[in-house]
Design a protein. Sequence first.
Length: 188
Amino acid sequence: MDLSICVFCASSSKVDATHFDVSRRLGEQIAARRDTLVYGGGNIGLMGAMAEACGEGGGRVVGVIPQSLKNKELAYEKADELIVCDDMRDRKTIMERRSDAFIALPGGFGTLEELMEIITLRQLHCHDKPVVILNVGGFYDGLLAFFDQLFDQHFIKAKHRGTYAIAADVSAAMASIDATLHAVRGSG
């Protein structure tokens, strides 16, 4: 496919093994499609597992990591390209510019912050790139219920429900990206 797919995900190594399995599957799928993984550059947690699986599958891995985290030896040094930036804000900007699509795996505050920003930028027409929430085992059910509340109470216009897609597994996430890109490129 030759896409650059940005993935937001956890750096924690203490999460359930199911999340590691999905993270590895996503890395393998990105490699199998001959896409490029763009991610936060970490060598631990879901980040590290996904990058390793992508690299082992022959995929291209681009990590973007702030100097402060690299200094703590948290960078995935085997990345095909490791971009060291000044801070977390620079990291998000670089990842956004280098990517054709975005997927959110389970994660904590950092993952949520990245996801919210990329959805907001799409809502504001700053980009038209696909955004997929990979809702593994219902991980994001609570957040999605809150989104419904925001729509129901008119904090967000109903027309913006299309700013993101929800997928239950890796195959559905990739299919959603392909369908959205086809629709965007077909209308452009």
